[in-house]
Design a protein around this ligand. Structure first.
Ligand SMILES: Cc1cc2nc3c(=O)[nH]c(=O)nc-3n(C[C@H](O)[C@H](O)[C@H](O)COP(=O)(O)OP(=O)(O)OC[C@H]3O[C@@H](n4cnc5c(N)ncnc54)[C@H](O)[C@@H]3O)c2cc1C
Length: 388
């Protein structure tokens, strides 16, 4: 029985990736430079992404999604990031919000929200970070106070991807600031824009342009109690951290995509550019760079696929996701830098693609938990899993 199922999954994956490749070549590649330069939201491309079903990739078929496993999802993210990393932001944090509803939401929440998320009719992201804290999420100050059948929310979130163009966010708030341990006082709500919830500012960034990153202000924002994810207060941090496991695998896949593109550009350029009567690819100093870049890329790819497979099997995989995220994103940064150097002065030119990768890559070592934090997660799990 298992073979036909596996073959079916592979066939679906091959078809999806082929359709995605056609879309990227025809609808995305020709426009990336201009959209990125203008920091313009890729509205037309987003429409195409809806048609491809990308906003429902990991949402179950029962709720209108494609129900893809993480092993296929990472291949999709890799391909997109080889073309333009910003596009991954448009649907990846959206999918984390959806994953939270799918995994922890009530039957009613799933039935109401997931089909709209899957079609892309409603899009959003994850609002965890605040001006005063990102890594230490237990220090958040955004407060939700119960008032009849509503909660009243006050506070500010920042660096929220899709905060400006999105319709809603999974919002992390304090419901009990005095709780000990602190995580018991933290809850997650599905917050839809309306009176009292505004995107106050679109943030200007080094890279990752086109996709919006915003500051969100909640000013006596009333949210009905049935928007509390699950039904109980105090579970929000656990729910958010659960989503970050998939989030880190997706960021690792972004790293693989960026690292691969940087390497491909370096190889092409090294074959074309001549110094001292031969292509620079024939100089040993350049060969050493290419060998290092390609080896790190292959290790990143394998770590990412392996973390995705662990996620699909339902195992706890924070260590695997952390390792993949750490290695793949450091590789993206390394490869982008080395490729830029191989390009010489042209690597510093706005007219060459490598310049964009060099600006995009640093985000990956910060977002979805910094790489300093990943090392802590990996080490803790390593020790915890060691048999006595
Ligand atoms: C473009 C962009 C998009 C983003 N999108 C989102 C989004 O959609 N939603 C969202 O909620 N957030 C988002 N973020 C925020 C991101 O998740 C945070 O920036 C990240 O978690 C780090 O938090 P921080 O910036 O507050 O750094 P801090 O937590 O202040 O950390 C500062 C430095 O201290 C280090 N550090 C902190 N604690 C420790 C420790 N215990 N041990 C060792 N080192 C430590 C960190 O690694 C870092 O180097 C985005 C950020 C960017 C730049």
């Amino acid at each position: 029985m298992s073979e036909p199922v596996a073959a079916g999954v592979l066939e679906t994956e091959t078809q999806i990736l082929a359709a995605l490749d056609r879309f990227l070549v025809r609808e995305v590649e020709p426009h990336v430079m201009a959209l990125e330069d203008a920091d313009e939201y890729p509205g037309d491309i987003v429409e195409g992404m809806k048609e491809l079903g990308l906003f429902g990739c990991v949402i179950s078929e029962e709720h209108g999604g494609l129900g893809l496993p993480a092993t296929t999802y990472v291949r999709i993210v890799e391909r997109i990031c080889e073309t333009w990393m910003s596009l991954s932001g448009v649907f990846n944090t959206h999918l984390l919000m959806a994953w939270i509803v799918q995994t922890f939401g009530t039957a009613e929440q799933k039935a109401t929200w997931l089909p709209k998320f899957a079609s892309g009719e409603m899009r959003g992201g994850l609002a965890l970070t605040e001006p005063g804290c990102g890594t230490d999420l237990q220090a958040i100050r955004t407060r939700a106070v119960r008032d009849g059948t509503d909660y009243v929310v006050n506070g500010t979130k920042t660096w929220i991807t899709n905060g400006y163009h999105g319709d809603c966010v999974a919002l992390l708030v304090k419901t009990d600031p005095g709780a000990e341990p602190r995580h018991r006082g933290i809850s997650l709500f599905l917050a839809q824009k309306g009176k009292g919830f505004t995107a106050s500012r679109k943030l200007r960034k080094l890279g990752y342009r086109g996709v919006d990153t915003a500051e969100l202000v909640f000013d006596d924002f009333r949210i009905p109690q049935d928007r509390l994810i699950g039904e109980n207060e105090g579970l929000g941090l656990k729910q958010a951290l659960g989503a970050l496991e998939l989030g880190r695998i997706n960021v690792a896949a972004r790293g693989v995509g960026v690292a691969r593109r940087a390497l491909d550009l370096a190889v092409d350029y090294a074959r074309q550019r001549h110094t001292f009567g031969k292509p620079i690819a024939d100089h040993q100093a350049i060969q050493i760079k290419l060998a290092e870049m390609s080896t790190r890329l292959e290790a990143s790819r394998l770590l990412t696929r392996s973390a995705a497979a662990a996620f699909d099997s339902g195992e706890r995989c924070d260590m695997e996701a952390g390792m993949a995220k750490l290695h793949a994103t450091e590789t993206a940064l390394f490869n982008a830098t080395e490729s830029m150097r191989i390009h010489g002065a042209y690597g510093y030119s706005k007219e060459f693609e490598i310049e964009r990768l060099y600006r995009d890559a640093p985000l990956l070592v910060i977002g979805e938990g910094t790489n300093e934090l990943q090392r802590i997660v990996i080490a803790r799990q390593l020790v915890a899993r060691q048999p006595d």
